[in-house]
Design a protein around this ligand. Sequence first.
Ligand code: KG4
Ligand code: ZN
Length: 333
Amino acid sequence: MLVLGIETSCDETAAAVVADGRKVLSSIVYSQIALHRPYGGVVPEIASRKHVEVILKVVNKALKEAGIGLKDIDVIAVTQGPGLVGALLVGICVAKAMSFALKKPLVAVNHLEAHLMAVFLEKRAPAFPFIGMVVSGGHTNLYLAKDFLDITQLGQTLDDAAGEAFDKVAKMLGLPYPGGISIEKAAQSGNPSAIAFPRPMLDRKDYNVSFSGLKTAVANFLRQHPQANKADIAASFQEAVVDTLVSKCMQAVKDFRLSRLVVAGGVAANKRLREKLLAKAKKEGIEVFFPPPHLCTDNAAMIAGLGYHYFKANKLASYDFDAISRYPVCLSL
Ligand code: KG4
Ligand code: ZN
């Protein structure tokens, strides 16, 4: 079964063809990063306009690379949210129009849950149940996943998401957007123990995190030590974020007596996070799974991948569904 995935929730215009929810036949990602870089972050109106401009080219390229035509598509899967409403609507309108014209079923996919399930596009995939953490630009969420469609949110960020904190601290250090990669690069020549930045929320029993205090600590440090070594600041900040994330997901894995952990989303591409998680998990006898780095950042293969399971479960979308900028959170604890 061939699923065409469409993703336009933020600043990547993406389309992909995935077979049977597992095999990526094509995954095209048109990144708008260069367009937003002068502003130090994503400008929603610019993102929407660019999506309109390139979406059909991106979809056509995905079909061509997969070696299929429009008539070969079995299901169309599109990101419903969360994300920028104007940006989401571009993908949703294209998906609805294609579904209507081609008479093919449509599914409306949750972007965060798709990030998590991108791990099934790898050969080595986990069995259910597992603890999942999605660390992206807008979210830091912990989940208990019992099946593709049985996902409970356990915790979230109370303020800044991990990726957002990377982006803001990079800006303070004068490093280019997006901040995650810039900080990771700068940190390579820095000392992660040079500055003892706080590890927020580690004393709490819940699964929420918060990074705005850490961000303020970096701002204060910079004000007091304007000549400090930037690589040391980047490395020490990255270490504080990584320690917090590692500790929170290990806490959840232990509390639920599970032995599998999945970490996904843009920040999961971070090498230091992968390194420390793997080391800690090995010690505790826990298996850790990450999607490959190119499927950690925004892409449409993950939308097509999870979309396949929506279709199998008959979770179809009607033509009047809307974009969702934020999903209401009902934490189970
Ligand atoms: O998942 P994603 O591509 O988009 C959202 O859904 O938000 O995540 C983007 C975020 C950005 O904040 C970016 O700085 C961060 O992921 N990021 C990283 C790395 N690569 C991307 N953060 C830390 N280390 C990285 N290597
Ligand atoms: Zn994302």
